[in-house]
Design a protein. Sequence first.
Length: 630
Amino acid sequence: MSKDSKDKNRYDNVAAGSRRRFLVGAGTALGGGALAWSMTGCEEGTTTPSAAPTPAPHKGQEVHAAPGQLDDYYGFWSGGQSGEIRILGVPSMRELKRIPVFNRESATGWGATDFSKKLLGGTMSGDTHHVHLSYTDGTYDGRYIYVNDKFSARLARVRIATMEVDKIVDIPNSQGTHGIFPQRHKTGLVLCNSEFRIPQPNDGRDMDDPSKYAAMHTAIDGETMELKWQVMVEGNMDLCATDYTGDYSFATCYNSEGGVTLEEMMAADLDHLYVFNLKAIQAAVDAGKTIEINGAKVVDARGADSEFVMRVPVPKSPHGVNITPDGKYAVVAGKLSPTCSVVQIDMLADAFAGKIKPRDCVVAEPEVGLGPLHTAFDGKGNAYTSIFIDSVMTKWNIDTAIAQFKGGTESPILDKVDVHYQVGHTNASMSETKEADGKWLVALCKFSKDRFLPVGMLHPENDQLIDMTMDKLEVVHDGPAYSEPHDCVIVRRDIINTLQVQDRKDDRFAMYDAWAKADGIDIMSTNKVIRNGKKVRVWMTSQAPKFGMNEFKVKAGDEVQVIVTNIDNVQDLSHGFAVCNHDTNMLINAQDTQSITFTASSKPGLYWYYCSWFCHALHLEMRGRMFVEA
Ligand code: K7E
Ligand code: CUA
């Protein structure tokens, strides 16, 4: 038997055995067998590549982008523990750019420049899971990208015009900030879930008393990036969503048990979808009915349902929550239940009013496969759910699922396609807007196993592209990805408009302008060294292929700040500024200013500085001498 068919059999056996169980408990398929299988699917020791059979020619949309041909969509991928955001073209899946966010990046100097250091505050790593764009009137407005940091409970914003981070905010009273979602009716609040429950306040009290732990649903103003309020709940929160009207936000709660071990967290057969009533919360905040914890205004909504929070019971350890493009339903993926729960949003008001029970708002619960995680939509009434354990994408019809829940006999399941392997997030073109267009679906697979040349112990992940325009789903591209994108959004290209040269409108420029004013210089033309005790400030221009200054002098151990303005006014004419043997490099785009501060070597001598980004035929000559005097 070939290795492929052996693995296929093993997969079939595990999947078939697991499907018999409606709910998955600790120690059964997810706890033991299937997950363990997914980790050990390959034989031990070295592997040799064995390619899958060549697929039949694809009959759907054009996938390949020929040289010079532009993609129809931008894909914004989170970068997981790399701390970054990535931009891909879809459908070619070509990686176009990485935006450093919470990570220090050598190429651009992000995390080393003065501005980025100020934003990062010395925390130089991040775990980005969820990347979402700002909205106006139910669709993307092309202004901002928001992304979470799960490591250190932060929210960052990227200005789309520059594709650079312009704000980072710390989220207090939170650990494991995971699901985030901006409001969709306008650029309003960005809601952020803390996944890990902690004592409130977390100051050494109640450390080993989980009954006192709580989690925060936090509202950040998407315009100012300031903290507005927090709602404290007892259970942990995972994924986040907002409706299309500004009335509600949602959070899945997989640990309603309040457990602190795996077994405890998986005990209950029903957990919750938390529904947050944003107007009631805002009214309480406005009326001062909040407590203050570490400077945050906190609405305490622990325990029972109230005007602020309602708990809709759903099976079991739910993960993703996604809103249909028509705004009618929230689809909650069961994770440890092979079901998705469909919650009808316009029934929630009656449940808040006590006229019906929260569970009455669940209008469908189709069985979609083992380990459902996230759901995308085509805008035509169909849902596409990623199924982790089965390694499939399941296409199902929402109306048929609702009819089935009422007793109908037609199966809502329309198709299942194998993906390779263990898919986490999925998303589709414009899926999270009212303009969902049903063109391209991606499956972000956590494991790739035999799909690529072996590259050592850590394999790439596999971001697979699926054509969703035909009756049958068809995988049309394997996209190896470095660790570890969780989520992505796919955005029509006409929505994204970026600058070709810097417009100098970010907060950053106010900082440089203030320094320039203090030093009495013209930032766009002056080349000057200004000494202030042990501090030296160097103002310098750059214009291909020359820096405005061929040399400057400092003293050993000086604190040196170099501020470089790129006065080239040409698209893609970027320069770098690197100082030899000083761990110092930064990128300066056309018409941009960047600054970096470093300590001059304790060893007197000559240190060249040079342009580190290729800019001109005489790029190698674009350099100068820094003299470090004793
Ligand atoms: Cu499902 Cu962090 Cu969105 Cu990973 S989360 S998959
Ligand atoms: Cu300037 Cu290379």
